[in-house]
Every structure is written in structure tokens, then in C-alpha cells.
Design a binder for this molecule. Structure first.
Ligand SMILES: [Fe+2]
Length: 236
């Protein structure tokens, strides 16, 4: 399995604090069946973990995993916040963040927490026109998607994929997030699963997330999600 959303890089955001913690997270992920992780530190207006930093730390973590004997591959990425269309355009122009992997085919495009960004469908189409597939992380955790699901459906219509967090399905986020995540399974709106792991407590638990999807949505839906994630992996 591949985990496409994980704050495993040390000392740059609210994720792993030290390289030892990064290795610990990777070990848990490995034991859970994960063989590849995309490192996705935050890239927001106020916290910009830039491309050069991501590439350097991804290599550092990879080296540490080799030393620790954990056969798991780490790819560079970012969780890019859609502060505004202009903000995104500027970061793309300056190549200041990392797409998922080195080929630039996917972007993890996060919503602001305070309110929905109205230009989102436009931004999604703009990326798609450049051959980039936007993936919206954890829509189930955003209050505006839960109260107005049509906003999410508009994003899907524009071509976005979703990433539901395993923690939401397990009930470790809010009750509302859990319910909305299951609503997404029922509607077949889950494109990918990820851990959004931050440390050894908010930890890698992808297989449990898959078990929940299988339970609720059936083996076929779980298999389709797995295949899509393997496709992403093959494009990195
Ligand atoms: Fe995240």
C-alpha cells in the first residue's frame, strides 16, 4: 500500500518532530503493510515548507530508513492550501511547492478551515488543463462540505478526486466527520484513503481504514480505491 498524505518529514510542521520520530512512523506504517509514503508537509500562507526543503528532508528520511533497515520508499510532496486562486497560481509559477512525486501529475489541494474557497472548481479545472489531477484531502473534516455536500459534488464534477482519512472512518476525528466519511462511501465518492499521520499517536493506520471501507462499501469499492492508489504510485 501507499500512503499519499503523511506529515513524516521532521521538524517542519506539526508532524514528526525529529528524524527518530519519522523513522518510528515509517516503522508503524511498514508493519501496517505500507511500502511507500508521500511526505506532505503543509504549504499554507503562514507555513510554507518549500520544495527544496521537502526534497532535502525526503532524502534524509530515506537515508535514515535504509540505515534502520525499513524497506519503504518516501516520495516528496506537499499539502498545498488553497488560500486563493492567486496564491496557488503564484506558488505554481515559482515552483515553490512539491506536487505528489517528481512527475507533477497530482496535487494535494487542501481547503482553508474557516470557509470554502469559491474558486475551487475553477482551480481544479485549471490544474486539470495542465494535466494535473487535484486531490482534496479529508473533505469529511470540513464543516462547509458537511453542511453543503453540493460544494463537494461540484468539485468532483470539476474533476477533483477525494482523499478520506483513515482516522475519520475509525471515529478518531469528530462524529460528524465519521458520518460524512460513511456518506461518501455510500455515494461512491471516495477516490483515495490516506492516514494524514502526524506522529506516533496520530499514527499510520491505513489498513484499518481499508477494512472500514470494505465493511461498509464492499470489497469491490475497496479494491477500486486500492487500484487508484496503485495507479498514483505508478505515476510517481
Ligand atoms: Fe495533512
Amino acid at each position: 500500500m501507499i500512503d499519499i498524505h503523511c506529515h513524516i518529514l521532521p521538524g517542519v510542521d506539526d508532524g514528526a518532530k525529529t528524524l527518530e520520530e519519522s523513522v518510528g512512523m515509517a516503522r508503524l506504517a511498514y508493519e501496517d503493510g505500507v511500502r511507500a509514503i508521500i511526505a506532505t508537509p503543509h504549504f499554507t500562507d503562514s507555513l510554507r515548507v518549500k520544495r527544496e526543503t521537502v526534497l532535502r528532508l525526503t532524502a534524509d528520511v530515506q537515508d535514515a530508513l535504509e540505515l534502520a533497515g525499513i524497506p519503504l520508499k518516501v516520495y516528496p510532496g506537499n499539502e498545498l492550501r488553497l488560500e486563493s486562486f492567486d496564491f496557488v497560481k503564484e506558488q505554481v509559477r515559482h515552483q515553490s511547492f512539491c506536487y505528489l512525486g517528481r512527475n507533477g501529475n497530482f496535487v494535494l489541494l487542501e481547503q482553508r478551515w474557516a470557509e470554502y474557497t469559491d474558486s475551487t472548481p475553477e482551480v481544479i479545472r485549471w490544474f486539470a488543463d495542465q494535466g494535473v489531477q487535484p486531490i482534496i484531502p479529508h473533505p469529511e473534516r470540513h464543516i462547509f462540505f458537511r453542511t453543503e455536500p453540493q460544494l463537494l459534488l461540484d468539485c468532483l464534477e470539476a474533476g477533483a478526486w477525494t482523499q478520506v482519512s483513515a482516522d475519520s472512518l475509525i471515529g478518531k476525528n469528530s462524529k460528524e466527520a465519521e458520518e460524512f466519511a460513511y456518506w461518501m462511501i455510500d455515494g461512491n465518492y471516495v477516490h483515495t484513503l490516506a492516514t494524514d499521520a502526524h506522529n506516533l499517536i496520530r499514527k499510520p493506520n491505513l489498513s484499518e481504514g481499508f477494512a472500514r471501507v470494505r465493511q461498509r462499501g464492499g470489497a469491490k469499492q475497496a479494491e477500486a480505491i486500492m487500484e487508484r492508489m496503485n495507479f498514483i504510485w505508478s505515476e510517481l
